[in-house]
Design a protein around this ligand. Structure first.
Ligand code: HEC
Ligand code: HEC
Ligand code: HEC
Length: 115
């Protein structure tokens, strides 16, 4: 009996950890299309890694769905450039101030001319 309970528990733990690891991390790279400015190529997985998988540092503002930022801007649930200002640039500035490794704040470092 004890043995069966042990086996069942082990199976449960293994399947749970598989589920956790299978969390959908989304695209490796997200491209924001050209508007007035050049497009932005965003290294999604690199950010997840550098931010110790703290998904909420971005996804507290928008859900984990492809194309959701554009959609929310159209629906006026996000202001134009709100993600850029309150996430991308804000985090890079704050981290730089704290002396931590950070991404760029110069327009043309993110908005890069496409080939
Ligand atoms: C530094 C910001 C940032 C962090 C941190 C972040 N994401 Fe994202 N994520 C984005 C952006 C930007 C998009 C694209 C949204 C869009 O297409 O409008 C996105 C989209 C997604 C999507 C939808 C599919 C896709 O790739 O377009 C999934 C799933 C996702 N993220 C999962 C995660 C998970 C899981 C974590 C944490 C391990 C995470 N993200 C951390 C910025 C981030
Ligand atoms: C750290 C990266 C980053 C930097 C630096 C940056 N942007 Fe952005 N920008 C983005 C992202 C990502 C978007 C799309 C998300 C959004 O709309 O918030 C965007 C969107 C925009 C848009 C709307 C889309 C378009 O092309 O018309 C404009 C305008 C813009 N940025 C102008 C600027 C200007 C001007 C600067 C410099 C003062 C700048 N950005 C610096 C990342 C950046
Ligand atoms: C919560 C903090 C945080 C947020 C939010 C964030 N970044 Fe970063 N970004 C970083 C860190 C940390 C690095 C890596 C610095 C290093 O180790 O060199 C980085 C690096 C970068 C780089 C330089 C490396 C490369 O891929 O070329 C770019 C460009 C960049 N980020 C763009 C963006 C854009 C666009 C967004 C918004 C969609 C964004 N970041 C949101 C923290 C952040």
């Amino acid at each position: 009996m004890k043995k069966i309970v042990f086996i069942v528990l082990t199976l449960l733990v293994v399947s749970l950890s598989v589920l956790v690891n299978a969390q959908d991390k989304g695209a490796e790279v997200v491209v924001f299309e050209k508007g007035r400015m050049q497009p932005v190529t965003f290294a999604h997985h690199m950010h997840q890694q550098k931010l110790s998988n703290d998904c909420s540092s971005c996804h507290d503002l928008f859900p984990m769905e492809s194309g959701i930022i554009k959609e929310m801007i159209t629906q006026e649930k996000l202001k134009k450039q709100q993600v850029m200002n309150s996430k991308c640039v804000k985090c890079h500035k704050d981290r730089k101030k704290q002396g931590l490794a950070a991404g760029p704040t110069k327009c043309t470092a993110c908005h890069v001319r496409s080939k």
